[in-house]
Design a binder for this molecule. Structure first.
Ligand code: DMJ
Length: 536
């Protein structure tokens, strides 16, 4: 067997160990606790626990239906779909995050449905009658109530009772990615069901957030108040809280086929490169003036080279990926936050995250450079050596001492291991019969449905209540005026001032002065790149 196939089978074994461990010790709970070998779900005994995605709906199973399909585990895929259909209900008294449930659960159901119904997947069967799609509609209807007060959704909803009445100002805020990246899942659902209401909501939210970008820098910021449209956190980056907002613009173009998404992405990409790229890192800046706002980078950022590949900027992607590889090799993992000035860990741990593997996969598909296969092998070595437990894989809480935590996020199998498997599986259906696929941010597979083409931007524009919002660049400020009638005079001005002042009061950080550690990283990135360029 070739080394590549060997590694593919190794990735399959990693998946089998984690998935079988989950099914044996945790299912029907949401996730496996890999140290105590038991399951975890929403716990009513701990009402204060901020519950993002544990909703008593067998999360890991739903998140991995398509992983089973892509690995060709035909029987297990079918029996897992049947398990989901016979046991999962979304009528749960739990508070969940709209974005997380959309990308993991809605995305998982839709992707599972496409695999079960599209003969090109190789795992479909004639008796499948669309049960996963019906579940997808059920969960989406429970999420869509989040749009009750605004064109932007509340961050959390209760799956049974709907909107959670906001108590604090913070309850009225949402991060850019949370509100602005729902369109792949909502759009795919609309196209499959023929009901445009999901896509319209998500489209308007995406464009509304984009329209609030700063007029000077062109950058959107991290967090917005959904009543008034003012940013409450002015940081702008490609990292946590903002990452998938950009990802969805480009991918919505691929999935839904409207130039408008591509144009938004092109504009955004230029702004990102202009303001946040300070070689070799993409840094956090203030959306208002583009000045550096902190000196750390986070563990979601390594997804960006993958997106750059999909956009066609392979050279920059390769450079960016080298930076993360250097950090990975140094620590064996990528820390949650890394301080680029001191070259130290700013926030410890590696949560079995997929982003670096995802980019490695896309770069390999684009370049076929065996270097990326080598990177994949290194990643598997470290996972097997340090994260493997008796019944699954555990997050690393302290990188230096390799201390582990009792958590195996559903995305570990659904994304990290899926991308590892695909990296080594040249003959996968995704690389052959399903080449027109688009990955969601949770690595779920979406397929353009040209026969059911739906002009979402057009439909959004013709909605009586939405059209005024879409026309104005500062739509949310118009919304504010509109809503003032219901809410009375608001404190919007003073809120905005307060948040600006709080931010402005902080001494602005100047671009970092390259410390020795950073210089070493730059060298180690640039040297191999120069070699690579010399070769080609
Ligand atoms: C995943 O749920 C998704 O990749 C999301 O876009 C970001 N966070 C996690 C993995 O880190």
């Amino acid at each position: 067997m070739s080394k590549k196939l060997d590694n593919r089978e190794r990735a399959r074994r990693i998946f089998n160990h984690g998935f079988n461990g989950y099914m044996r010790h945790a299912w029907p709970k949401d996730e496996l606790m890999p140290l105590s070998c038991k399951g975890v779900s929403h716990d009513p005994a701990l009402p204060d626990l901020v519950n993002d995605v544990l909703g008593n709906f067998s999360l890991t199973l739903i998140d991995n239906l398509d992983t089973l399909a892509l690995m060709g585990h035909r029987k297990q895929f079918r029996s897992s779909v049947e398990k989901v259909l016979s046991t999962v209900t979304f009528d749960q008294d739990v508070e969940v995050q709209v974005f997380e449930v959309s990308i993991r659960v809605l995305g998982g159901l839709l992707s599972g449905h496409l695999m079960a119904s599209d003969p090109r997947s190789g795992v479909s069967w004639p008796g499948y009658s669309g049960g996963l799609l019906r579940l997808a509609v059920d969960v989406a209807d429970r999420l869509i109530v989040a749009f009750r007060e605004s064109f932007l959704p509340f961050r959390r909803v209760n799956l049974r009772h709907g909107v959670i009445e906001p108590k604090t100002d913070d309850d009225w805020t949402t991060p850019l990615a949370g509100a602005g990246s729902l369109l792949l899942e909502f759009g795919q659902l609309s196209v499959l069901t023929g009901d445009p209401k999901y896509a319209i909501k998500a489209h308007v939210a995406l464009v509304a957030m984009w329209n609030q970008r700063n007029y000077r820098t062109g950058l959107p910021a991290h967090t917005i108040d959904l009543r008034f449209g003012n940013w409450t956190n002015y940081v702008s980056s490609i990292g946590g809280g903002m990452d998938s907002f950009y990802e969805y613009m480009l991918k919505c173009y691929s999935l839904l086929g409207h130039e408008e998404y591509l144009q938004m992405f092109e504009y955004s990409y230029d702004r990102i490169m202009e303001y946040t790229f300070r070689t070799p890192f993409f840094v956090n800046v203030d959306a208002e003036d583009g000045l550096l706002s902190s000196t750390w980078v986070d563990n979601l950022q390594p997804f960006f080279p993958g997106l750059q590949v999909l956009y066609g900027d392979v050279q920059s992607a390769a450079h960016n990926h080298r930076v993360w590889h250097t950090i990975w090799q140094h620590y064996k993992f990528i820390p949650e936050r890394y301080n680029i000035v001191n070259g130290t860990i700013e926030s410890d741990g590696w949560e079995l995250r997929p982003e670096f593997v995802e980019s490695t996969y896309h770069l390999y598909r684009a370049t076929k450079d065996p270097y990326y296969l080598q990177v994949g092998e290194e990643i598997m070595n470290n996972i097997e050596q340090h994260a493997k437990t008796e019944c699954g894989y555990a997050i690393i809480t302290k990188i230096k001492t390799l201390e582990r935590g009792d958590v195996m996020h559903s995305f570990f199998l659904a994304e990290t291991v899926k991308y590892l498997f695909l990296l080594f599986d040249e003959d996968n259906v995704l690389h052959n019969t399903l080449q027109d696929h688009v990955f969601g941010t949770e690595a779920h597979i979406f397929l353009p449905q040209w026969h059911g083409h739906m002009d979402i931007p057009h439909l959004a524009r013709t909605q009586p209540d939405w059209s005024f919002a879409m026309k104005h660049p500062l739509m949310l400020q118009n919304l504010r005026r509109h809503r003032e009638r219901e809410w009375g005079k608001t404190t919007w001005q003073s809120d905005r001032k307060r948040s600006c002042n709080a931010w402005g009061a902080k001494k602005r950080l100047r671009p970092p002065h390259w410390s020795g550690a950073l210089q070493r990283i730059r060298d180690s990135v640039e040297r191999p790149l120069k070699k690579l360029n010399a070769k080609s």
